[in-house]
Design a protein around this ligand. Structure first.
Ligand SMILES: C[S@@+](CC[C@H](N)C(=O)[O-])C[C@H]1O[C@@H](n2cnc3c(N)ncnc32)[C@H](O)[C@@H]1O
Length: 219
């Protein structure tokens, strides 16, 4: 999954992962992840997700990170958000009230420059990455979070032998291994019908799991 793969998906409008509304699992479980307004929320690999503006409307400070300029432009246009756009290498930074979108590579995040977060929402981000990149992704994500921070993670598991990702299958044992220093709780698990592409190659079901992942307290 190199950068060009995703930039091409956005250029060719192959964005079946995009949801036309706020993600149901975010709405369903937000109460267990966030109890009051004013959190610093990181949304890695955010695409043009409606979840960004939903979190802002609930009174949080939100930072999304997305590689594709087309996605970031579309998000601001579709939500009628006027942003100031500045070049702050390695990112193009889109700032509006309570929302910053860093257009560039998630792996370039630096807590000294971009701050520390106490919440993160990962929907189709971990599962967007191939196995060899996932440990580096999780390491970077943890590096951007404060002690006691909470991640809400939505991940898929299915028979990976039938078809290549993305989305990749990231089953519970892998999630627990990646976050072995954290407390991992399953909030919800549901067997769903696979996408037509998966059904075609014989994937019978896809297991969607929502996890609450709590970073350890300060040492
Ligand atoms: C499967 S999509 C999920 C988007 C979003 N989370 C959602 O729920 O709609 C993965 C997104 O990650 C972006 N992406 C992939 N690699 C990235 C990287 N290294 N840094 C920032 N964004 C990246 C892609 O352009 C794509 O928009």
């Amino acid at each position: 999954m190199d950068r060009e793969f995703w930039l091409k998906r956005w250029r060719e409008k192959q964005i079946g992962f995009h949801q036309n509304g706020v993600h149901a699992d975010l709405q369903r479980h937000a109460g267990q992840w966030i109890r009051s307004p004013g959190h610093q929320i990181l949304v890695p690999l955010c695409g043009k997700s409606h979840d960004l503006s939903w979190l802002v409307r609930r009174g949080h400070h939100v930072v999304g990170v997305e590689l594709s300029e087309l996605a970031v432009e579309a998000f601001h246009e579709e939500h009628k958000i006027e942003a100031s756009v500045t070049e702050e290498a390695p990112y193009t930074v889109w700032r509006s009230v309570s929302l910053t979108v860093l257009q560039g590579d998630f792996f370039d995040l630096d807590p000294a420059t971009h701050g520390i977060f106490d919440r993160a929402w990962d929907r189709a981000s971990l599962v967007a990455l191939p196995a060899n990149l996932r440990p580096t992704y999780v390491q970077k994500l943890k590096h951007m979070l404060s002690p006691n921070a909470k991640i809400l993670l939505n991940a898929f598991a299915y028979d990976q032998s039938k078809i290549e990702g993305p989305p990749f299958s990231v089953p519970e044992d892998e999630v627990r291994a990646l976050f072995n220093d954290c407390r991992v709780t399953i909030l919800n698990e549901v067997e769903e019908a696979p996408s037509p592409r998966m059904a075609e190659v014989g994937v019978p079901t896809i297991l969607t799991t929502t996890y609450l992942i709590e970073m350890p307290p300060p040492s």
